[in-house]
Design a protein around this ligand. Sequence first.
Ligand code: FAD
Length: 375
Amino acid sequence: MSASHDVVVVGAGPVGMLLGCLLAQQGADVAVLERSLAPSASSRAVGIHPPGFAALAAAGIGDDIEHAALRIHEGVALCRGRRIGTLSFADPVRMLPQDRTEALLERRLSRVASRALRRGIEVRGLQTTAAGVELETSEGSVAARLLVGADGTRSFVRERAGIRWERRDPDVRFVMADADDSGEHRGRALLHLEPDGVVESFPLPGGRRRWVVRTDAHRADGAARVRAWSRAAFAAVVEERVGAVLDTATMSEPSPFAARQQLAATFARGRVALAGDAAHEVSPIGGQGMNLGWLDARALADRLLSGSSGGDAWGAYACARRAAAEGAMRRARFNMAMGAPREDAALTARNAAIRALALPPFRKVLAGTFTMRGL
Ligand SMILES: Cc1cc2nc3c(=O)[nH]c(=O)nc-3n(C[C@H](O)[C@H](O)[C@H](O)COP(=O)(O)OP(=O)(O)OC[C@H]3O[C@@H](n4cnc5c(N)ncnc54)[C@H](O)[C@@H]3O)c2cc1C
């Protein structure tokens, strides 16, 4: 294979495919190269925030998402069974497992440009030329005027472009699992801010609910320190902390993970730009990583389609989107601080702060923070 394109995107995750759709539907010559032969079956991200939804709608799949997703209109914070705050979302958060969103993006990309997505092609080399960038791939060479690395946290493009990856990981751990939902809190996200740490739960399509439990409890005893989680151990911790009884027969395998915060030193260099997890990894708590990547894709597409691209012209993209990623990281750190294990006076003070934040005039700002306003 030897080909040349205006724009080559490396990686057909949610971010690379959205960028491919936005460019291809305006007639741009774009290729999206993906090493996997088949789409990923993992459902990592579930929350689609209003600005992320707007980006998907701009790519032509707003109606599909609306049809498939479940909508969350309200978030409720509780402690020891008592409600300490409620936030209403005028514009809902849509819940759809990432693999289903990716399937809709892939279908859309194949409709707007049937040959844009090329699976089974791994990018293995990158050289800058006078005309742009030359890629060495598992299937031959590909030339591009502009290259976008949307190839995830271990980005080959970022590494070859010589862009530093800054690690700022907080020492915070969680475990999550999906189970059948009782239906009692349909359309509502619950945030149990308990002494041993937060337990979050969100409704999913198909009568399911995702449970996320913080496990770095200050108490050095009991199940909170278990590393390999059985379904029974997960259900026991949820029941002990919040009193909810989960059905282990319908529960998915509990999956432990650490919060992450990593950021590329710059989002663009020469003819190369980074987008999505290749540019930033934000802790899953707050559910913002994929949405932030979609906003990168939209900003890049606007810039590329308006003709202002390449070289230093990408500086404005790099500055604006890096600042947005820093903002998302600050919000994730705030959320994690609110959900940290606490007892006695510290717990009382935290709950008082949340009660105040959930009232006017702060309520609107807080709801905007959770739904990614301004990013
Ligand atoms: C447990 C968990 C829960 C999460 N929940 C949320 C949530 O609720 N909301 C949210 O917004 N985000 C969430 N996230 C984050 C979200 O999953 C990621 O931000 C998102 O997948 C990033 O998409 P991406 O397209 O940038 O990268 P990826 O999804 O990583 O895709 C990169 C693609 O590039 C390909 N690739 C890599 N290298 C090469 C190469 N050399 N050649 C060709 N192809 C290559 C890979 O095969 C892959 O398909 C969560 C993450 C986790 C782990």
